[in-house]
Design a protein around this ligand. Structure first.
Ligand SMILES: [Zn+2]
Length: 395
């Protein structure tokens, strides 16, 4: 009897230690809202200043989106993350904005898709690089100088230089001056407002490298939602990789100034071999965990000029929506801005309020944490907690 008591006490202590060790992550997962329905949002980056072929591609995408409807009769809303300007030839800091006459068809197609309610613009950046860094790099790197001779697809720049909010003209990159950051944010927000007719509500930082100073400037300019990969990279390391993580975040978490973070960490890039089935598997994983599924994609999939196969990518997009609706009759199409409002208002029509169902999803999320999940399984804690979960519950 005494031995059993001792074993019981040791087990309780062990379990308490596991819970204590992981308490921050477990509390964050409990606070993270649970979606009541599967949510699918395709987010497409890098549109805007660039080849005119984008106008044709955006029209075809708009038609594809408008063909599909969820059970509430709503079409999917694809996010178009916008780059507002390209440099003039051999002048990295002299910018031509999206309303220049030669780029006007792109802007007109964007406005048409927005008016049909299937394209949702968000700010990506004035440019997909930090102009002074590009100018410096062009002096030392012939391929960058060649790109600047006829600026077109920023996708073709070396990856570190595509980070707008760090100076990657040399590696490791150097931080930008806060005053310059504030001025650049004010300039891009003013340009977005002029070009789109409304101030930016959502921002997705180019290459997911940004800093607290950049974020504060966006928030001061009225940005309410930030699309993240769940962590904030602040620089490029010596090998050019995103580095310097100074913050992690969950869906629906609030940052300084109450900016709302979203997490986008799934991909649908047909050019990289991602099939609709690959994207559906991501939707299944996210749905199982009560999370919205935000799929990252890029314009290059839809542009022949950028090495893409527009017809195949469009067919894949169409098939993704068709299969997602067939698999999940209760699927919901939301825009990112709507998702942000839903999360921040804890809207009971879309966010789970029932404690037992929330506990069930929380337990699945906790079990998916690699270290906690393993410890909870080995100790029997997971089996014990599962007794309180709702068996068979599916969102
Ligand atoms: Zn981008």
């Amino acid at each position: 009897m005494q031995l059993l008591t001792l074993l019981g006490a040791a087990w309780s202590l062990g379990v308490a230690a596991i819970l204590l060790l992981h308490r921050r992550a477990l509390i964050a997962l409990w606070r993270e809202p649970v979606m009541r329905h599967p949510v699918l949002i395709v987010e497409s980056d890098d549109w805007g200043a660039g080849p005119l072929e984008q106008a044709t591609a955006l029209t075809a995408i708009t038609d594809c989106l408008a063909r599909h409807h969820d059970s509430e009769g709503r079409s999917p809303v694809m996010t178009v993350a916008l780059i507002l300007a390209l440099p003039e030839a051999n002048a990295a800091t002299h910018l031509r904005q999206l309303d220049a006459p030669e780029l006007a068809p792109i802007l007109a197609t964007l406005h048409a898709g927005i008016a049909r309610g299937v394209l949702a613009p968000q700010l990506h950046g004035m440019t997909h690089f930090w102009p002074p860094a590009l100018a410096r790099a062009a002096l030392a790197q012939p391929p960058v100088a060649a790109w600047l001779d006829a600026p077109g697809l920023t996708e073709q720049l070396p990856s570190p230089l595509q980070s707008r909010w760090t100076d990657a003209s040399e590696l490791p990159s150097h931080p930008l001056d806060d005053e310059l950051v504030r001025a650049a944010v004010a300039e891009e927000v003013a340009a977005y407002t002029r070009l789109l007719g409304t101030p930016p509500h959502v921002v997705v930082p180019p290459t997911f490298v940004w800093t607290a100073a950049v974020e504060a400037a966006w928030v001061a300019a009225g940005v309410r939602v930030l699309v993240t990969p769940g962590r904030r990279y602040t620089r490029r390391d010596g090998a050019g990789r995103p580095a310097g993580i100074d913050k992690t975040m969950c869906n629906g978490e609030l940052g300084e100034g109450d900016v709302l973070y979203l997490v986008r960490d799934d991909y649908f890039e047909p050019l990289l071999g991602h099939t609709p089935e690959h994207a559906l598997a991501a939707l299944a994983r996210k749905t199982e965990l009560g999370r919205p599924c935000l799929l990252e994609t890029h314009r290059n999939n839809f542009l022949a000029a950028a090495g893409g196969a527009p017809e195949q990518s469009l067919a894949a997009l169409d098939s993704l929506y068709r299969q997602a609706l067939a698999t999940y009759p209760n699927l919901r199409f939301l825009s990112v801005a709507e998702l942000g409002r839903t999360l921040s208002s804890n809207d009971p029509a879309r966010i789970e309020q029932d404690c037992r169902r929330r506990f069930t999803i929380w337990l699945r999320r906790a079990a998916s944490l690699p270290r906690f999940g393993k410890a909870a399984r080995l100790s029997g804690l997971l089996a014990l907690l599962n007794l309180f979960a709702q068996s068979g519950h599916r969102p």
